[in-house]
Each structure stands twice: as C-alpha cells, then as structure tokens.
Write a protein that binds this ligand. Structure first.
Ligand SMILES: Nc1ncnc2c1ncn2[C@@H]1O[C@H](COP(=O)(O)OP(=O)(O)OP(=O)(O)O)[C@@H](O)[C@H]1O
Length: 779
C-alpha cells in the first residue's frame, strides 16, 4: 500500500474512530435485537395465555376477537422492529468494513454570509453520532451528497426541499477503504477521480455486477436522481453504465421515498433470466431490497397461458441467424417487422370494432362430450346485447349467463346414471364431508328425513360441483371465447392488402401448429386484453426497461397501457438492436409520442467505461455510423485477430489464448459463438480439455471461469476477456449481423481476441489497422 497523500495518517485515524463507533453501535443494536427476539419468542409462546378467550355470548366472542387482534398486532410490531434492526445491523457491518468513499469540504454561503467549512464524508448509508450530535457519514443519496457527483472544487450547491443551498466546495477527496484500512486516497480535480475509476475498472470482472456509488459520474447522476420525468429515456453506448445507473436509481428512489415506496412497487424488465442473477447483489449490497424482476417473455407466457407454446426471442434469433436459406424466410422477416409496428396495432383496434358487430369466435361450453351451451348459442346471446356496450362488458354478462346455465345443468344431471357410478368411486373424504353436512342439518331441524336419499343427493351435488369446477373457472377466465381462433381469423377473413397476403398465410400455418410465434405473442396478448378488458397494473410505480432497444414500438404501446400510472425509465443502445423485430431501432420520438403531454427527459451517455481504451476504439469502428463514443482512458493490450485455416488450428489457437489469459490472471473468459449450434460444437470439442461451461437460454446463473455463450445471451454482461470464436466473413457478413458482432466484442473489459476460420468478416474492413494486432496461429 502506497501512502501517497500527506493527510493519509489523519484520515486513517478518522476511519478508525468512525469504524469503532459503528462497531459499538452495531454491538448495542445486536443486544437490543436479541432482547426483541426473546420478546417475540415469549409473545408467541404465551399468545393464548395473554388472550382472554370466551365464546359464550356474542359480546364475549367480539371481545375475544379484539383481544386476539391486539396481541397479534403487538407481535407483528415487534417482528417489524426486529426486521428493521436486522437490516440496520447488516448496513453497520458493511460500514465497519468500508465506512465511506468520499469527502467534500463545503463552505455554505447563507444570505451572503459565509459559514464555517464542514467536512462531509459520504458512504452507502448515513451514520449519526448521538454523543456529538453530528453525522459522521452521509448517505450517498442525501441531497448534500449530490455535490460530490455534480461538482469539482469551486462554487457548488444542492437542492433541498426548502430551496437551493449554495457555497464553495473547497476539497473533494476519494477513498478506497477495505476492512477499515485506506487502500488509496485521491484529491480530485476535474471529474470523480480518474485514478480511482482506473483502479475500479481495472479489476477483474465478477459473475455478479457491482455497485458504482463511489464513482458515479455526473451524467449518470442526473439519470439516477431524476424525479420529474414520467418517461426517462437513456441512450448509451455499450458499457456506458446504463444498467449501473438504473440500479443505483432504484436505490435512490427507495431512499428518497422510503415512507411511500417499497421495492415491490418497482419492476425491472431484463433481457433474460441469467441477467437477473447477474445484477441480483447490487441493491442488497447497498442495503436495499431487490426490486421485482421479470422478462417480457415471462410476462407473455403468463398471459397466454393454457396449452399454447410461446416461441421465445432466442429461438427466433436462432431462426434468424441460421435459417436464412429456408423457404419463407423473407416473408417471416417482413411479418416480424409488420407485427412490431403501430400500423399493426391500429389494424387490430379496427378489427376489434368489427368484432363488436360480428365474427367473434366462441367455443362450446361442454362437459364430458356433452354440449351444455353451443358456441352458436353463446354467439347469439353475446350479440343480443346492446352493440354499443364494449366487448369486455358484454363478455362479462355472457359469463354470468353461462354460470347460470352451468348451475342448471348441474341440477339436471344429479339423477343421471353416470353420477351413481361416479359416486361409487368417491373417496372416504367425500363421504366424510357429506356426513358432516348431514349431522349439521339434523342439528338444525327436528324433521326426520330419509338419510339415504339425502345422502345420495348431497353426494351427487358434491360430485358435480367438483367436476364442473374447472368449467366455472374457465368461464371466469373467458375460455368460452376462442381468442386464438379470432386472432387467426384476422389473417383469413379480413381484407388485407396483397402486400400482406404471404405473411397472413404463413401466420395461419404457424398458428395451426399450436406454437405462437414470438412476433405474434405480443399482438395476441394485446388482442386478448382488448377483448377481455385491460387489467391495468396500479401497484407498480416505476417500470425500468433495460436493453430497451430490444422492444418494438408495439410492445412499448402495450406496456404504456399496462402501467398507465407508472413512471418509466428505459435504457438502451440502438447499436445493439440485434433482434429482427427491432432491426431498425425504435427511436426516441415514437416512444415519446406515447407519453404525449407528460414530462419526458432524454439522456445520451457517450462515455464508455467497461473496456480498455484499445478495445473501445476498436469496437467503435465496427459500427457503420461512426457514432460518438468516448472510451474511458484505461490502457490495455490491442485486440488481436488471427486467421486460421482449419478447425484443428482454430482450437489450438483458442487453447493457447486461454492459457495465456489465465497466466495473466484473468478469471472470467467468454468464448462467444454466433449461435447455439456453434456453442454446442465448440463445447463438445473443448470440454474434455479444459473446464468450461456452456450457457444456454435456460441457464439461470454463471460462475467465474471459462464459458461458452451465444452472442445474443451475452448482452448486458461482461467478462475479463472475450474470444470471438469465429470472426469469419462466412459467419458475419449480413448487415443485420454487424450489431451482433459489435455487441459480442463490447463484452470484453480487458482483452479481446478474434479468431477467423478463413476470410475475416467484412465488418473489420472499416477498422483502422493500427487499432488491432493481426497475428498468426501459435505466434
Ligand atoms: N461510474 C462508474 N464507476 C465505475 N464503474 C462504472 C461506472 N459506470 C460504469 N461502470 C462499469 O462499466 C461497466 C459497464 O456498465 P454497465 O453494464 O452498467 O453498462 P451498460 O451501458 O449497461 O452496458 P451494455 O449496454 O454494454 O450492456 C460495469 O463494469 C460498470 O461497473
């Protein structure tokens, strides 16, 4: 450790003083928590002793209930306190290890009068010293802490609820503290210390993302602290900290609105299940609970339900990449684009109007091959309602009518022979239930009745209730409407322009195979929602969409309708739009149009932090448009490109690189292949030689080490080193593949290798030759 600062010892002394106070607080808190825990155990054990139980009269019963309620409230209050103490304890232990990461010396000017300079130390949570009545640490999210991220020494200020505070920042200092020891310390000038960022970014990657609170950059801070916008759009280069900013923003919102906002009111849509585990520790490390996380696919599958299989975007991706020569490919691509557009959404809305008058498809309400109400009768009943009534309302009325029909059917069936046969097969539990019921009835009436007949009736009733339960549930969920059939009809019955005829035919063919193509999944779910009534979500207050370039305008329109009251933060990079449904990228404008009249903010992040300068400069030139991306100035090796002539050489080269990378201390190495098939082949070859794991779309998490992963699953994550398995022109030549190539290369933090079997990809033609090294196999 190099004590590179004249005030090092002074600061180390303070660290020790503060950590000691934190330790003491932790100790007293844990003693207190121990006391509360014993109280809880005690309350639980003596729960019934302390409740006065008396059910003799109605008043006694009410009193008993009140007494139980009171006791339960005491218990739950104690449990809540215990949970809070537990959470606080965790934070205190973290503070003992690393109490703070920043300091600013601020001299406030109040009404033109300059106050005394105050040293403000900033960490992941506040710590208040009761003895001296002072904050020893300020939470990074406190208003005063914002100056740390927003200003360099000089005039500075921050916003509070009571107005703006201004003054002068006399010092800005950064610390890296571990286990209560200062590891490094810098006084910063221009931005938040390049030195510290260098140090943080130069470390090895992990299988879990880390928080960036100590080094948040000014432009990221704006995103994190924005509170005005209904829609916040972030377009940021690969590695510019979009996901990081999103997660710190969640932590910020939870802090700012801690009395009114909880983690389960925030929902993040992420690109895949593995990504969820990749980011899972960021918020807990900051002492916050994780928000809800899901993928759009998960949502779709849940909504489609039933026995219809929904194709996922990864299978579609595989198709897009590998089936280019298959008949119907171009038609499908055109269909994907059409179904992602607003014009398709509008078509669907027009179709709904038509369905209000005619053509809605129904299914028979049937029980064991017996039709209770035929689909044509349901149709007649539905269209007999006032046509002006919205479809969902008419469906609700129809559902009520069907429940009545079903009840009548149950009564009429009680005497049927098959019911006798089924009664014979009933289990003891059913008989027991019926006897209980009979006992009760006897207790209530003095009249005698034939127990045997009554038992038979009750058993029949019970049996029919049980057997028709799925039907009742089905009616509740509108299964009597043939939603898929009606959706299918859109492609058969409606006048579509000849431009869409081929797409329509192909769609019908696919729908008949009982798989819902990915491109139809969102329209179909939207269509179902229009039919049955939108179940808008009012609980979620903030929706975050990461990798937002992967969502079509149709999907945005849908999400907007689904979460009308939520604020939305969407973060993406148009250069990483790798899916066919978003190939051309959904720009800012059309998304903003969905939020017309609301406050919208757009931020563009051009600085990229993930990769070394060498990798950043190289990857930037892979893009067609020559976008402004500014790589962070962290030095590293030049990317290396090797051309091999056969498979054996190819694998030899990969082994050699892996060995060298491991010798240089890299822990996470990704061999990125274009698609799953290539991944499988490479895995077959390598698995006996080196410990390597294969990442598939269903993989839920990954550990450090060597992994083989298809391009599209590597989105959003990063590795110490990336080896692009085959950077040949055979693999990457179509325009659509450029972004895939770019996305794969931008996953590398420290080193990047490309191996090409045969002629190298044309995408490298635009890259300046000085920006990479061309080597030969085994060199
Ligand atoms: N202010 C910062 N301080 C320290 N590290 C940072 C900062 N901003 C970003 N990083 C690091 O840069 C890397 C990339 O960040 P992140 O994954 O959030 O970027 P992204 O924009 O979501 O990337 P992509 O679009 O390529 O998935 C991460 O390792 C992150 O920790």
């Amino acid at each position: 450790m190099k004590k590179n600062h004249p005030e090092w010892n002074q600061e180390q002394d303070r660290v020790e003083r503060v950590t000691e106070k934190v330790r003491k607080k932790d100790q007293s808190l844990s003693e207190e928590a121990g006391g509360v825990r014993s109280e809880i155990v005690d309350i639980r054990n003596r729960f019934w002793e302390d409740v006065s139980v008396n059910f003799e009269g109605p008043d006694d019963a009410i009193e008993t209930a009140a007494s139980m309620k009171q006791q339960a409230e005491v218990l739950s209050e104690r449990e809540r306190s215990h949970r809070l103490m537990h959470k606080q304890g965790k934070i205190l232990r973290r503070l003992q290890d690393n109490p703070y990461f920043g300091r600013i010396d601020f001299r406030e000017t109040e009404g033109g009068v300059t106050q005394e300079t105050e040293a403000i130390y900033i960490g992941i949570a506040s710590f208040y010293d009761d003895e001296i009545d002072e904050f020893l640490i300020y939470d990074w999210r406190a208003p005063i802490s914002s100056m740390y991220y927003d200003y360099t020494p000089g005039p500075a200020g921050y916003q509070t609820l009571d107005g703006r505070i201004s003054g002068d920042m006399e010092l800005k200092r950064q610390f890296l503290i571990r286990r209560g020891q200062i590891q490094s310390m810098f006084d910063t000038g221009v931005t938040i210390g390049d030195e510290l960022l260098q140090e943080v970014l130069g470390r090895n990657s992990d299988s879990q993302m880390k928080s960036i609170v100590g080094t948040i950059q000014r432009e990221q801070n704006q995103i994190i602290r924005d509170e005005k916008s209904k829609l916040l759009i972030v377009q940021g280069a690969a590695g510019s900290g979009k996901t990081s900013a999103a997660l710190q923003r969640v932590a910020y919102l939870l802090y700012r609105h801690r009395d009114t906002l909880s983690a389960d009111q925030i929902l993040l849509f992420s690109p895949n299940a593995m990504f969820n585990s990749y980011i899972a520790t960021v918020l807990p490390d900051l002492g916050e609970e994780n928000m809800q996380q899901t993928t759009f696919q998960e949502y779709l599958e849940h909504q489609v339900g039933g026995d219809l299989e929904v194709e996922d975007p990864f299978s579609l991706m595989e198709y897009t990449l590998s089936q280019t020569n298959q008949a119907g490919y171009q038609t499908r691509m055109a269909g994907i684009r059409w179904k992602a557009s607003m014009s398709f959404l509008e078509l669907m809305e027009q179709y709904m109007e038509q369905l209000g008058q005619k053509d809605l498809q129904f299914q028979d309400l049937a029980f064991r091959d017996q039709i209770i109400v035929s689909k044509s009768d349901i149709e007649k009943h539905f269209y007999a309602y006032e046509r002006k009534l919205p479809i969902p309302n008419r469906l609700k009325l129809t559902a009520e009518w069907l429940q009545k029909q079903l009840r009548q059917f149950e009564v009429s069936e009680r005497k049927a022979d098959w019911v006798d046969e089924e009664i014979e097969l009933l289990d003891n539990e059913a008989y027991y239930r019926v006897h209980q019921r009979l006992q009760k009835e006897k207790g209530f009436t003095d009249s005698t009745f034939d127990d045997f007949d009554r038992e038979r009736t009750l058993l029949a009733q019970l049996l029919l209730r049980d057997l028709t339960k799925p039907l009742r549930k089905g009616i509740e969920n509108f299964t009597f409407v043939d939603a898929l059939g009606t959706y299918r009809q859109l492609f058969t019955k409606r006048e579509l322009s000849s431009k869409f005829q081929d797409i329509a035919e192909q769609t019908v063919e696919r729908l008949d195979s009982k798989t819902l193509p990915y491109e139809d999944a969102t329209p179909y779910v939207y269509f179902k929602a229009l039919l049955q009534g939108f179940q808008i979500n009012t609980k979620i207050r903030h929706v975050f969409i990461d990798e937002s370039q992967d969502y079509s305008l149709f999907q945005y329109a849908f999400l907007r309708r689904l979460f009308p009251r939520s604020k939305m933060t969407i973060l993406g990079d148009l250069n990483q739009s790798i899916y066919a449904h978003t190939e051309d990228g959904v720009g800012f404008e059309p998304i903003s149009a969905l939020f017309e009249g609301e406050h919208i903010e757009k931020f563009v992040l051009t600085k990229s932090y993930r990769s070394t300068k060498q990798i950043g400069e190289f990857t930037q030139q892979l893009l067609n448009g020559g976008e402004k991306i500014e790589p962070f100035d962290r030095p590293g090796r030049l990317p290396t490109l090797t051309q091999v002539s056969d498979e054996q050489e190819h694998h030899q080269q990969i082994y050699q690189w892996i060995t060298e990378l491991q010798e240089r201390g890299h822990k996470s190495i990704a061999i990125i292949c274009k698609d799953h098939q290539e991944c499988e082949q490479v895995f077959e070859k390598l698995q006996d030689e080196i410990p390597v794991s294969l990442i598939k779309k269903a993989t839920l998490s990954f550990a450090q080490g060597i992994i083989i992963i298809p391009t599209y699953l590597s989105k959003g994550i990063e590795f110490d080193a990336v080896i692009l398995y085959d950077a040949s022109d055979r693999c990457y030549h179509r325009d659509e593949e450029r972004k895939l190539f770019y996305t794969a290369c931008t996953r590398a933090m420290h080193e990047l290798y490309l191996c090409s079997l045969g002629e190298v990809s044309r995408f490298l033609a635009g890259v300046n030759k000085d920006l990479y090294k061309r080597s030969h196999c085994n060199e």
